[in-house]
Write a protein that binds this ligand. Structure first.
Ligand SMILES: Cc1cc2nc3c(=O)[nH]c(=O)nc-3n(C[C@H](O)[C@H](O)[C@H](O)COP(=O)(O)OP(=O)(O)OC[C@H]3O[C@@H](n4cnc5c(N)ncnc54)[C@H](O)[C@@H]3O)c2cc1C
Length: 481
């Protein structure tokens, strides 16, 4: 297979890499193993005919915040916002709600309004210059935009952001509601909430709800993937699905950008021993167990305000969620797991009826069926939920990995999001997208800035590849196997 540049894998990072290269005038060939493009952006009728489900991502806050995706002309993509970005129901009191508006959110936080304004609110107020820096953590592009005000906001945010969610929750937040909200947001990180940075993950997600919202793509996330493929083709690029690349030696191009896992890269090429050893130390995060449902009506939440939210965090208090995530981190299954649930119909009635998905975290590679535990958590806050289920689709870690080789052991984060792997992703380097093989770059979620639909790994890898000084990949040099 030959072209100026070959991109392997069509997740958001691969797609943005391909488009970035094509925009710079490169002749691009995109190769995707699955039958449909998109990786974590794919949608399919998983339950009943006509019901559109997202196999992976649904909530597109990062796409709207992404400096790379904001710039693209994505014809046909409409972002639709639920009335409430996220809800966190509680057993015996009203749910905590994250609105687009900071003030409305604070109204529900009582004595924690001030701390919310001083943390998540600061990021939202600092706006794109600060979030651009978070999404482009390395390289000169972010640094150049920094104004004193952004630096000050970054410094004010940086201290609480570095803390574990448990420490931040117990010391800075005072109400059960505020602490629970922080825990529900922080648990997106799939980390033990006693780990550093988890506070920051939670606050950043909260800030994005205020800055850009937590929207969905009308019609399903596949629409976004298809728009990126269409843009690539419009720019003269080719995209081929159903083509798995096993070895780099198959590819004849000056530039190769790989939207694949480090583990797969190790199998694809003969790499210098020091790099190979560093890559082999890359650690996986927990897996997820995901359920999709077709319902005959909306979820009967005890607190009706939850029905307005696109995303719902189930698991109760900070203490309870901390326990659930600590169990997973220790390699065990929580009987009352933290559950992340998305109800697309709150924003998008065009998906063929009431569809719903939810997952909980499980040890990497787990084969335990968590259907009962997940549905029990939903019933806890929405009695009568099970009676609404028309059909159910189950994906444990093995099924997720079979659908997308990057999701090793069901790890949807592209590797553990620990402090160590925040700086070593997948290895420590000022340009971690670059590999020791000339002209070969890694761009998947296992590179900075990590998981999410933002395409920034792809953008950064493509920008590096476009530098004039970059040597070219040639399989006949003997590095490919
Ligand atoms: C259930 C779930 C829910 C999620 N929810 C959200 C959300 O709401 N919001 C959000 O922002 N993020 C979410 N994510 C995370 C997000 O989807 C990922 O972080 C993102 O898709 C990673 O993009 P990527 O380009 O690195 O790789 P992926 O999207 O994983 O794509 C990699 C692609 O490469 C292909 N590939 C791999 N190896 C080869 C090969 N050898 N040859 C050819 N092709 C290959 C795969 O088939 C796949 O299509 C979710 C993920 C999952 C699984």
């Amino acid at each position: 297979m030959s072209a100026d540049a070959v991109v392997v894998g069509s997740g958001p990072n691969g797609l943005v890499a391909a488009v970035t290269l094509a925009l710079a005038g490169r002749e691009v060939l995109l190769l995707e193993a699955a039958d449909r493009f998109g990786g974590g952006l794919r949608s399919a009728e998983l339950t009943l005919p006509g019901r559109v489900h997202d196999l992976g991502a649904t909530v597109m806050a990062m796409a709207l915040a992404s400096p790379a995706m904001r710039e693209l002309d994505l014809a046909g993509v409409e972002f639709v916002h639920p009335p409430v970005a996220a809800a966190h129901p509680l057993d015996d009191r009203p749910a905590v709600l994250v609105h687009r508006d900071v003030r409305r959110t604070c109204e529900g936080l009582g004595r924690d309004a001030a701390v919310w304004r001083a943390t998540a609110g600061v990021v939202a107020r600092a706006g794109f210059p600060l979030t651009d820096l978070l999404l482009k953590p390395l390289g000169p592009w972010g640094a150049r935009q920094l104004r004193p005000a952004t630096l000050a906001a970054g410094a004010r945010f940086g201290v609480p952001a570095a803390l574990p969610a448990t420490t931040l929750g117990r010391h800075a937040f005072r109400t059960l509601e505020g602490r629970a909200l922080l825990a529900g947001l922080a648990a997106h990180s799939m980390l033990d909430l006693r780990a550093p940075l988890t506070g920051g993950y939670g606050l950043t997600l909260g800030a994005l709800a205020h800055l850009v919202g937590w929207p969905l793509v009308k019609g399903g996330s596949q629409v976004l993937a298809d728009a990126l493929v269409a843009l690539l083709r419009k720019l003269g690029g080719q995209a081929v699905s159903g083509h798995r690349v096993h070895r780099l030696a198959e590819l004849d191009a000056e530039t190769v950008v790989l939207d694949v896992s480090p583990e797969q890269f190790l199998r694809m090429a003969e790499l210098p021993a020091p790099y190979r050893r560093r890559l082999a130390r890359f650690r996986r995060g927990p897996g997820v167990f995901k359920l999709d449902w077709a319902l005959d009506g909306p979820v009967p939440w005890r607190d009706p305000a939850v029905a307005e939210a696109g995303t719902v965090h189930l698991g109760g208090t900070l203490e309870e969620i901390t326990l659930s995530e600590a169990e997973t981190a220790a390699g065990r299954h929580s009987p009352r797991p933290y559950v992340l649930l998305v109800q697309p119909y709150a924003a998008d009635p065009s998906r063929g009826g009431h569809t719903l998905w939810a997952y909980c975290h499980v040890p990497n590679g787990s084969a335990v069926d968590m259907t009962g535990a997940i549905e029990a958590q939903i019933e806890r806050f929405a009695p009568g939920f099970r009676e609404r289920v028309l059909a159910r689709h189950v994906m444990g870690p093995a099924a997720l990995e079979a659908a997308n080789a990057n999701l090793l052991g069901g790890d949807i984060g592209g590797g553990l999001a620990s402090l160590g792997q925040f700086v070593k992703r997948p290895v420590w380097s000022p340009a971690p997208w670059r590999t020791p093989l000339p002209g070969v770059f890694l761009c998947s979620a296992s590179t900075p800035p990590g998981p999410g639909v933002h395409g920034m790994g792809g953008h950064q890898a493509a920008r590096l590849a476009l530098k004039r000084s970059m040597p070219a990949w040639r399989p006949d040099r003997g590095q490919g196997v």
